[in-house]
Design a protein. Structure first.
Length: 92
């Protein structure tokens, strides 16, 4: 993975769930140095991230991995028991 790839995805993202989910808004911040954070209401989780082909891997401090799909300018993440979320960049 090159720094250029990280730079392309770096920024702040927001997502709401599909029409079957609550109206939770989730924000995702990806920094060019590979650090990031995930915020849902008042909860905030830090992670490291990397790009593997057309996927983004979020490595949590507890050892978990959340894998999302990069589709154009959107990051799609399917959370077990919560559903699919589509993250769109809101600030570069």
């Amino acid at each position: 993975m090159s720094c250029q790839d990280r730079g392309r995805l770096s920024g702040r993202y927001a997502a709401g769930g599909d029409e079957n989910q609550d109206s939770l808004t989730i924000s995702l911040e990806l920094m060019a140095n590979g650090q990031g954070s995930w915020s849902i209401e008042e909860d905030n989780v830090s992670f490291k991230w990397e790009i593997r082909e057309n996927e983004i891997w979020l490595h949590t401090k507890s050892g978990g991995v959340i894998v999302g799909k990069i589709v154009g300018e959107t990051i799609e993440i399917n959370l077990p028991a919560a559903g699919e979320y589509y993250f769109k960049k809101v600030k570069g």
